[in-house]
Structure formats: structure tokens, C-alpha cells
Design a binder for this molecule. Structure first.
Ligand SMILES: Nc1ncnc2c1ncn2[C@@H]1O[C@H](COP(=O)(O)OP(=O)(O)OP(=O)(O)O)[C@@H](O)[C@H]1O
Ligand SMILES: [Mg+2]
Length: 742
């Protein structure tokens, strides 16, 4: 089927063919034959890179241009949301029937608002969590949505993010029973069951645009699923790096999946040595510019330096411990084929589109604290192996597992390469997950009676798969908790959220976090300090990532807790009665200490070294604490603790910027940040007034402040920029000194 034959407007066809598409891929054809363009619900389960997005694009065009509808596109990750935003941008040239151009919007952050401005867009790209929060705020425009696209729906199986997607879909259907649902998924075994739940047709294909050979290596030999085998020259003793190097010698790129961050770094280090020897002078020059971009983005850290060093040798590591700016630089450089090898943790497999000619899965085991080692699922293996083979560059992709002996080679071939992916199961039936969703369902009016609540949850995938009894028992338990904590009230047969419950639901925090704040505010402590408040935040189940004390830190933490005992709002558990509780308390204290160091302007590298955290973790911790402090602030206001409000509010700003109190006015200026703020302060510019009086040339004498930054500061505070002085300064080479994001 040709694009030209599709029942869509001519200018849309033009846009699509300009993007290089002429013929539909087979899964796309099947989807259209199944009636997806006529409004039928569809679950399309098809491998990586088989063109699922175009089906969504075609559907969206029909909804908006032909029917004057509105489209909500759900993705599980922010990075994917911006990828989809880029995919859809080309259609903003289209016009609706009323002549207005199509409007595309994206929303991923800030969960505390109904974002009425989104109403003006025809296509809204959102993360699942953001859509959930918009439903909690009962954003008006949601009832105008006529098509919802749920991307990567196999993540229903993910204990963390799956339930949110499940409940969000159930609510969208509830708000608008006529809504069309297009669910896109990796190949799974029970797409038909998911489809049944969504009253949809299901299509499952294993079609790929590039052939994929899957195999298992033993020493220098790889055995493939089609019966073929290759034996490679030994470039390195480790089979993982050996097989990676082998493909780079042939002009290809390799993606290594490691089971831990440490292992990802180790593979990258090893491979870099060998790759470096094969690079031409001009390639090295290009790589140096990529490395320089890493070094100049943000504060210097040891991990950033290591990454830049390896990148200059053609190899990178990639994991959640890296800053997002650094991850983006690496992803772009790999896509532009500058980097030869990326060694990553599996998070990359669920994230952005980064295909390679050869994918090497170094370990089929994964470690989970508390569970120990376990073998990964076939679904996860398929997600990783599916990264191999780039449509425009390679005619075939290769995915390799590594085995240690012939027995294991056999086992891996049967259990992964030749195995079918598992079924997807709902993960909603867990008390800690349901707590938040039950409250939200009541608070935003999706259920007005207990019976209504049971009926709502009866429409989830969980009830579809397991029946309603199991879920009902949990719902009763969760309701009891919500009554007890006064988040929900019963009035005859009606139930409704209290002001407290409603606010907790809107703030997008776990009800348990709400209880911790409420009780913490009332309990106070003998010596309430910033530490008391930070600890309160770090005690909530929402703080992410959690920190656990390492054995070498235990002694210092115990002493710290002893010395500061009076400051804690919550009782310190006894070390002897309940060791687990005690250590988890120490973990909370450790998180609070990291935040305190951040707020005391300890350098990023200083924090990373002292607490053995990584930059990405520090960033996420700060983001999470910022949100929780906002929530604490709001609840403090609700409960009328007037004396605490300014303290929490100050802590909120300090956490946002990572500064001491005295820098607050300075860092509020856009682009200044904690490093420049401190430089300005130490140079005597302590207030906005001081800055107003300063000349441009005086400002740009300060380290990290170039003429552009100086002008930017002056303009923000309403100062007048002297034109002659500016003309003179802008010629200055000092502009080089501007830090890119500080
Ligand atoms: N009909 C087509 N002709 C040519 N190229 C196409 C066609 N359809 C899609 N593509 C290209 O194929 C690539 C993969 O498509 P897409 O991102 O939609 O895959 P996907 O099925 O969503 O995979 P994943 O599961 O990884 O998200 C894209 O670069 C897209 O531009
Ligand atoms: Mg996709």
C-alpha cells in the first residue's frame, strides 16, 4: 500500500513523502486494514523500529483534520515525549477544516495544575504520569480528546510505572466512552488479552525493516538462530569487548548492555583503549569537540572527566548516574556515528532510539537488593536485542548473548533467543500502589460511593486478568487507611475526599507522604532545624532515589544521629530492637545530609565523592526533594502552621538552586546559578541593588561571567546597558568563559 493511496488530505501525503516514506511497512498496512483510520480501537504489537509511530500519526491527522478532534499521545518517559514531539512537528503545517493550522503541544513536568493552556492544542504529547495528574485536576479539555495513543504499552507490566498507565487509560475511557484507543507495544504474548480489555482488535507481527540475527557467543564463536555461525579474531580476551571491537573494525557501531553501572564503565574503559588505536586524526578531532562539550556542560565532576576522556577515544558509557545533558550529548554523537561503542545499563533499552549494528548483552542476570540475582525476562531481552540493525545503514543487525560454556550456550539459545516473550500482567494489585490511585479516583470524582469505586476498579486490566475479588479486598483495606487518616469521609453511602485528601491527590504524592508531613508538622521537635525538615522530606516514600548507608558510613551516621537527636521530628528507632528500621532511618538521614551539602554549596564533585552518589542521582534527588518541599509547603498552609511556611519556602528555593540563604536574590536571576551566584557574592555584589550600580565591565571581570552574561544580568534587573561599553565588550574573547548551564 502506498502513502499516496491513503484516505488522508493531499498536503499530509506530501509531508509524509517529503520525510522519505513512500510505501507502508507491513504492520502499518495491517493496522489500516484492521480499520484504525475508521476509528477502531487497536493494539499494535510489533518489534522495535517497525514503524508504529506512523500509524499514530495517520490516525491523528484524520482525527484533527477530518473530524475536528483532539489527540493525546502518552509516552512513559520525558525523553520519548520530546522524540515524539519532533516526529509530529512536521504536521503543524497542516490546516484543520476551519483553516487554522494544527497546533502541537507537549507537557511533562509540574504535576500540580490543570494546565488550561493545553486546551489550545490539537495534539498533546504527555508522559503517563503527567496525564494522570491532569486527570486528578480534572483538566476540562480532556473530555474533548477523541484519540488517545498509548505508546510502549508493554510497560503495563512494569511494577513502578505500569499501574499509572492502567488507571490513566481506564479514566480516559470513563471520561469519554467514545474515545478511540491506539495502543502500541513491543511484541508480547497476550496482545489479544490487552486488546480485549480495551475493546480493541489486536495485531501482532514480528516484522522488522532490518533483518535481525540473534545468537549466543562462546569464546570467539557466535552461533545464530538461523543455524549460521561466525568465528572472529581475538582482539581482546573478554568476549564482550572482543565482539564489540570486531564490529567497529568492520565500520559498524556496537551497543553493549551491562548489568550494573560499574560494569558499563569497565567495558567502556577496556574498549576505549583498543578503539583509540584505530582512530584517524580527523576522527579524533571530531571526538575532541564532543568531549569538550561534555566538559563545558555544568560543574566539573570526576565522572564527567572520565566520560570526556573515553569519548575522545571513540567510546562512551551511559547510565542513570550521568547527568541528562551528558546522556543527550552521547546519544547524539552515537546517532551521528561519531562514537563507535556505547556501553550502557538496560535503562537505555526502554528509552530513546539508538540502534547499532551489533548489540551485545553481557549478562542475562540482574541484581535487585533484597531479591538477589535473577534472570531477565524474554521481553527485556527482546527489547535489548531489538536495538540491533539500523534501517538506513545496515542490511542486517546482530544481537549476541554471552555464555561461559556449551551448557549455558544451549540454555540461552532456548530460554531467550528461541523463546517467546512472556505475557503482560497488571501490577496494580499492591497496597502501596493502590493507595494513591484510590485516593485520586475519589478525590477527582471518578467514584462517589464505595460501590462506584469497586466498579471503577472493575474496569482495570487487573480485574480483567484476575477477576475482581482479589482487588476488592485490597481496596477495602486501602479505604480503611484513607478513612483513618482523614483523607476520605463517608457520608451515608457517599464517599468524598477531605480537603487534605484532595490536596494530597493533586500534589501527586503518596498518601503516606501526606501523613508524614501532617504528623511531622504537629509533632515538631525540641530543636527544629533545616535538618528536621529535610529529614521529613527524606522519610517519605516518594523521595527518589533512596540512599542506603554503606558499611563504612555507618559509624559516622550513628554518631551524627546521636548528636542531632533533638532535631528529628520522628523518633529514632532503637539500633538493638529493630536493625532494619534503624538502618533505613540512617538512609533517610544520609539523603538529608546530601541535600544539606547541596544547599550549603558543597561542589557537585565534593558531594559525589563524599556520599558515593553519582551526578544523575544527585540531580534526581534534588528534583524529587524540590517537589516534596513544594508539597510540604502546600500542606503546611492547609494545616495553618504559619510559622513553618517561610522556613519551608526558603528551603524550597535553596534546594532548587543548591545555595545558602544569602545567595537567593542572586540565583533568582535567570542563567546565574549557584557557581556564578557565589562568584558575584564574593566579589561584593550581594544584592540586586549592588548589581544595578555595577558597570558591565566590572561584572565581566568576575570569573565565569562573560559580556553576554553581564548584559543578561543588567537587563533582568532593569539596568541600562551602555551601548558603547557593550560594543567594546562583546568583541572580547572572554565570552568563551561562559559556562553553558550555570
Ligand atoms: N513506511 C515507512 N517507510 C520508511 N521508513 C519508515 C516507514 N515507517 C516508519 N519508518 C521509519 O522507521 C523508523 C522506526 O519507526 P518507529 O520509531 O515508528 O518504530 P517503532 O515501531 O515505534 O519502534 P519502537 O518500538 O522502537 O518505538 C523511523 O525512523 C521511521 O521514520
Ligand atoms: Mg515507538
Amino acid at each position: 500500500m502506498k502513502i499516496a493511496d491513503l484516505p488522508i488530505p493531499e498536503d499530509a501525503k506530501l509531508i509524509i513523502s517529503k520525510a522519505g516514506f513512500e510505501e507502508l511497512y507491513p504492520p502499518q498496512r495491517e493496522a489500516i486494514e484492521a480499520g484504525v483510520l475508521d476509528g477502531k480501537n487497536l493494539v499494535l504489537a510489533s518489534p522495535t523500529a517497525s514503524g508504529k509511530t506512523l500509524v499514530a500519526e495517520l490516525c491523528a491527522i484524520i482525527h484533527i483534520v477530518e473530524r475536528g478532534g483532539k489527540v493525546l499521545y502518552l509516552t512513559p518517559l520525558r525523553a520519548l515525549a520530546s522524540e515524539k514531539y519532533d516526529d509530529f512537528k512536521k504536521y503543524t503545517a497542516l490546516r484543520r477544516k476551519d483553516g487554522r493550522r494544527l497546533r502541537l503541544g507537549i507537557t511533562t513536568g509540574d504535576y500540580d495544575g490543570s494546565d488550561p493552556w493545553l486546551n489550545r492544542y490539537d495534539i498533546i504529547i504527555s508522559t503517563n504520569e503527567k496525564a494522570d495528574s491532569l486527570l486528578r485536576h480534572r483538566a476540562d479539555w480532556i473530555s474533548d480528546v477523541t484519540l488517545v495513543v498509548a505508546d510502549e504499552i508493554h510497560l503495563l507490566n512494569d511494577g513502578g510505572r505500569g499501574p499509572t498507565l492502567e488507571v490513566t487509560l481506564a479514566k480516559l475511557i470513563d471520561v469519554n466512552p467514545g474515545i478511540q484507543i491506539l495502543a502500541l507495544s513491543a511484541t508480547v504474548r497476550n496482545a489479544d488479552e490487552i486488546a480485549n480489555w480495551l475493546k480493541a482488535t489486536s495485531i501482532t507481527t514480528d516484522w522488522r525493516p532490518v533483518k535481525l540475527l540473534e545468537g549466543v557467543c562462546l569464546r570467539e564463536q557466535a552461533l545464530f538462530n538461523d543455524g549460521s555461525a561466525i568465528t572472529i579474531v581475538e582482539e581482546d580476551q573478554n568476549p564482550v569487548t572482543n565482539f564489540a571491537l570486531n564490529i567497529t573494525v568492520q565500520g559498524g557501531q556496537a551497543l553493549i548492555f551491562a548489568d550494573t553501572r560499574r560494569q558499563a564503565v569497565a567495558f567502556a574503559r577496556k574498549a576505549a583503549k583498543a578503539v583509540n588505536k584505530t582512530l584517524s586524526k580527523s576522527k579524533k578531532c571530531v571526538l575532541k569537540t564532543v568531549a569538550d562539550r561534555i566538559l563545558s556542560s555544568g560543574e566539573k565532576t570526576r565522572i564527567g572527566n572520565l566520560l570526556a576522556d573515553l569519548v575522545s577515544k571513540g567510546v562512551a558509557f551511559h547510565h542513570a548516574g550521568l547527568k541528562s545533558q551528558h546522556r543527550k550529548i552521547i546519544e547524539d554523537a552515537f546517532r551521528e556515528r561519531r562514537l563507535k561503542i556505547i556501553s550502557a545499563t538496560p535503562t537505555l533499552a526502554a528509552g530513546v532510539n539508538l540502534p547499532a549494528r551489533r548489540v551485545i548483552i553481557s549478562s542475562y542476570r540482574r541484581y535487585e537488593p533484597g531479591y538477589g540475582w535473577y534472570p531477565i525476562s524474554v521481553l527485556e531481552y527482546k527489547q535489548m536485542s531489538g536495538r540491533a540493525g539500523r534501517p538506513r545503514y545496515d542490511s542486517v543487525g546482530e544481537a549476541l548473548l554471552i555464555s561461559k560454556n556449551a551448557d549455558e550456550q544451549d540454555y540461552l539459545m532456548n530460554s531467550y533467543v528461541l523463546a517467546e516473550p512472556e505475557r503482560i500482567w497488571s501490577r496494580l494489585a499492591a497496597e502501596n500502589v493502590l493507595r494513591s490511585h484510590v485516593l485520586a479516583t475519589i478525590a477527582s470524582g471518578f467514584a462517589k460511593t464505595e460501590q462506584g469505586l469497586f466498579e471503577f476498579f472493575d474496569r482495570t486490566l487487573n480485574a480483567h486478568q484476575y477477576g475482581s475479588r482479589n482487588l476488592k479486598e485490597l481496596l477495602v483495606k486501602v479505604l480503611k487507611f484513607l478513612y483513618k487518616e482523614e483523607m476520605v469521609n463517608a457520608n451515608g453511602s457517599y464517599i468524598e475526599a477531605t480537603e487534605f485528601g484532595r490536596r494530597v491527590s493533586e500534589l501527586y504524592i503518596d498518601p503516606v507522604s501526606g501523613v508524614i508531613f501532617r504528623d511531622g508538622f504537629y509533632a515538631r521537635s525540641k530543636a527544629l532545624s533545616d535538618l528536621s525538615l529535610l529529614h521529613m522530606v527524606c522519610r517519605t516514600p516518594d523521595l527518589y532515589p533512596k540512599n542506603y548507608p554503606r558499611s563504612r558510613e555507618l559509624k559516622d551516621l550513628v554518631t551524627f544521629v546521636e548528636v542531632h537527636r533533638d532535631e528529628f521530628v520522628f523518633e529514632v528507632p532503637s539500633e538493638w530492637d529493630d536493625r532494619i528500621k534503624f538502618e533505613s532511618f540512617l538512609g533517610e538521614v544520609k539523603s538529608a545530609l546530601i541535600l544539606d551539602a547541596w544547599n550549603s554549596e558543597v561542589s557537585e564533585d565534593g558531594i559525589i565523592e563524599k556520599f558515593s552518589v553519582e551526578p544523575g542521582d544527585l540531580f534526581r534527588l534534588v528534583e524529587s526533594a524540590k517537589w516534596l518541599l513544594h508539597a510540604a509547603h502546600e500542606l503546611c498552609r492547609l494545616f495553618g502552621h504559619k510559622d513553618l511556611i517561610p522556613r519551608i519556602s526558603e528551603l524550597e528555593v535553596r534546594t532548587e538552586f543548591g545555595v545558602k540563604k544569602e545567595l537567593i536574590p542572586l540565583v533568582r536571576l535567570a542563567g546565574v546559578g549557584r557557581v556564578r551566584g557565589r562568584m558575584l557574592f564574593n566579589a561584593g555584589f550581594k544584592t540586586i541593588n549592588d548589581l544595578k550600580k555595577a558597570s558591565l565591565s566590572r561584572l565581566q571581570e568576575i570569573p565565569y561571567i562573560g559580556p553576554k552574561m553581564a548584559k543578561n544580568i543588567k537587563e533582568q534587573i532593569g539596568g541600562v546597558v551602555n551601548k558603547e561599553e557593550w560594543d567594546r565588550l562583546k568583541e572580547d574573547v572572554f565570552d568563551q568563559r561562559v559556562l553553558s548551564d550555570y
